[in-house]
Design a protein around this ligand. Structure first.
Ligand code: BES
Ligand code: ZN
Length: 656
């Protein structure tokens, strides 16, 4: 066994690497001396019951993937990506096979490292999980899978030139979280099984490829059939964080460690919007210790990208809908950057503990915002989140299990766990502890938590154990006051939740009340408000307003023409609630020019809720918009449109 020295914070992470098969407690992992089993960093896995991933076929306790080497060619005509995945494997003594996750992959062959055929079998496919690929190891320490993805691979979106901003070249991007990467990479697709990785990607000239890893040759090299790009990620990451984008991509530096990629026609706007990124990295480091990933770059993708942002290591993927022109929506960057600690460094072991990624990140997001833009702006965002949390709990019901932080996702698509509960209840939990113990002490604990669990998976139980061991330290009064288990395992919102209020919102709420009672639009301070105040105002208005009041608002403030996607979204929600026909063209434009699920799905939901007025509009617009959406978005909207709305259900009931 080879020993080598690791940076202090990494030491603990790799300590348990050799304990692969031992049922190791968190204490053991935290305190064992640094050991590495070979030259590559091998991260530990958890073997407790609560760390068992119901969304993966992998059985890492028998054999696990430690490194993935991809050698792939993109075929834009066939919408396939194909080639080989060479996997390094650590197997338990006597282990005969390894199980990988796949979905829709066309597997040609599996060999060992020397090219000798190995027996393999694809099991029955589950609609959500895909099919297990079981390979007989015959002693192999490395296996090579030759395969190609299906044209409808859920992770991949192949965009025609018309769907890009340049309109000249096609574009491809991947979205791995939560369990989509198995549609283009045959590996163990579980967030608790970290892997280092490398890739060689051949794309047609003159396109470029970028990935969530070190870019070894940014200009690529000429090869037969196009250009080859090379990438390397030498820190072990959860496999959902492997990401690829291919297109007409240019780069602009923003700071020593930061920069942005985008299509050439978007690059200037992107760079202007994101100028504060380096400051954010510095702020985050002051709070939580060194940024561990080298560079922090971003790529602004075409508008079909289904999320606001995705925290792919070293290369955050972004929707262009955050380019408001005035930097007003950059809290999303703070959020994705925060994942460099919560999510990418310390990763939920299973999707049942998704809140450990998103809730901790949402808390850090507002800390970064406070550092860079001050307390009031951070407070506004917290209060907007609070508003969403209250709505989510109201909608689900305070007793609903879906309002717990720790979720039971057995037999469910992990996507279903992705609500504002994980984000905003999770953040409220951390804020409550922060307030109870004092910020200095809490910061010290959180920073230590990242150090102790760096490059390791985490569960709710381990999180609470760490809190108790390193923060509460036997203080019974504090333990009682915090109500930790209630926060994590019970539905609803514990009574000790700290509520943060923005001062400026009080005036906004008053203005909304005044307007609802009939005061003129011209008397509103709307033009002076920032985006958060505008959104707050629109959300605070009663859902029923006379048509002329809506017209007065739209005329005075050009809401239907708003270039701020969040303001436009809030306005369109209000308009739909009122069946306000004049806003329908703006609604149609918004739904057909971007595919971000957070905007698209609720708008379709609201339309459907408007029964005989809204459903025909929804159906008509969706027919036009759907071909341009990513599978993540169509998956949700298909479901919304296939369900009966409340109205319709009532009508059907009355008819019976
Ligand atoms: N990691 C998430 C996106 C995600 C969640 C992808 C679940 C797949 C499954 C990302 O960090 C995120 O939360 N994005 C938000 C923005 C954020 C500011 C709330 C989004 O996309 O809107
Ligand atoms: Zn997030």
């Amino acid at each position: 066994m080879l020993h080598f020295s690791l940076p202090r914070t990494l030491g603990a992470a790799f300590a348990a690497a050799t304990l692969l098969l031992a049922a190791c407690s968190s204490e053991k992992q935290a305190d064992a001396p640094p050991v590495a089993s070979d030259e590559r960093m091998v991260a530990p896995i958890l073997t407790t019951e609560d760390a068992k991933d119901v969304h993966s076929y992998a059985r890492p306790e028998i054999a696990r993937v430690t490194h993935v080497a991809l050698d792939l060619v993109t075929d834009f005509d066939a919408k396939r990506i194909g080639g080989t995945a060479t996997l390094d494997i650590q197997a338990a003594e006597g282990a005969r096979e390894i199980v990988l996750d796949t979905k829709g992959l066309d597997v040609r062959s599996v060999t060992n490292g020397q090219g000798q055929m190995l027996p393999w079998k694809l099991g029955a496919a589950d609609e959500n999980l895909g099919a297990p690929l079981t390979v007989q190891l015959n002693g192999a320490k490395q296996i090579r899978v030759t395969y190609r993805s299906a044209p409808d691979a859920a992770a991949l979106q192949w965009l025609a030139p018309e769907q890009t901003s340049g309109k000249k070249y096609p574009f491809l991007f991947s979205q791995g979280q939560a369990i989509l990467n198995r549609t283009w990479i045959p590996t163990q697709d579980s967030p608790g099984i970290r892997q280092t990785w490398e890739a060689r990607i051949v794309v047609p000239a003159p396109l470029k490829a970028v990935m969530s890893a070190q870019n070894l040759m940014p200009e690529g090299e000429e090869v037969e059939g196009g250009r080859a790009f090379h990438f390397k990620m030498d820190k072990p990451v959860a496999p959902y964080l492997i990401a690829l984008a291919v297109g007409d991509i240019a780069f602009q530096s923003l700071g020593p460690r930061t920069g942005v990629y985008a299509e050439p026609s978007m690059l200037k706007a992107a760079a202007n919007e994101l100028v504060d990124t380096e400051k954010m990295v510095e702020a985050a480091e002051r709070l939580y210790g060194p940024y561990q990933w080298g560079r922090y770059d971003m790529i602004v993708l075409p508008p079909a990208f289904p999320f606001g942002g995705m925290e792919n290591p070293r290369l955050t993927f972004l929707t262009p809908t955050i380019l408001a022109g005035d930097k007003s929506l950059v809290s999303l960057i703070a959020h994705e950057l925060a994942h460099s600690w919560s999510g990418n460094l310390v990763t939920n072991a299973t999707w049942a503990d998704f809140w450990l990624n998103e809730g901790v990140t949402t808390y850090i997001e507002s800390r970064i915002m406070e550092e860079v833009y001050g307390r009031e702006r951070a407070a506004q965002l917290i209060e907007l989140g609070w508003e969403e949390l209250e709505a989510a709990i109201r909608e689900a019901g305070v007793d609903s299990p879906s309002t717990r932080l720790h979720l039971d996702l057995a037999d469910r698509d992990p996507d279903e766990g992705m609500s504002s509960i994980a984000y905003d209840k999770g953040a409220a939990f951390l804020r409550t502890i922060d307030r109870a113990v004092g910020r200095q002490r809490f910061d010290q604990w959180l920073r230590g938590y990242f150090d102790r669990h760096a490059f390791q998976p985490i569960t709710s139980a381990l999180f609470l154990a760490d809190l108790r061991q390193h923060l509460i330290q036997g203080d019974e009064a504090l333990e009682e006051r915090l109500r930790l288990d209630e926060w994590v395992y019970e539905p609803g919102l514990p009574g000790n939740a700290v509520v943060v209020r923005s001062e400026s919102f009080r005036a906004v709420d008053q203005a909304a009340q005044g307007f609802a009672l009939g005061s003129p639009a011209a008397s509103l301070a709307f033009p002076k408000w920032n985006y958060a105040e505008r959104v707050r105002f629109l959300n605070a208005l009663p859902r029923e307003l006379p048509t002329e009041r809506l017209t007065a608002l739209d005329t005075a403030f050009g809401l239907s023409k708003s270039t701020n996607s969040e303001v436009l979204f809030a306005w369109l929600q209000l308009a739909i609630a009122n069946r306000y026909q004049p806003a329908v063209p703006a609604l149609e434009r918004f739904l057909t020019t971007q595919g971000r699920r957070k905007f698209v799905a609720p708008l379709f939901e609201s339309l459907v809720a408007q029964g005989e007025w809204g459903r025909p509009i929804a159906t008509r617009i969706y027919a036009k918009a759907r071909p341009a959406y990513h599978s993540v978005t169509t998956g949700t909207v298909d479901q919304i449109l296939s369900e009966e709305s409340g109205d319709e259900a009532a009508e059907a009931g009355a008819a019976n």
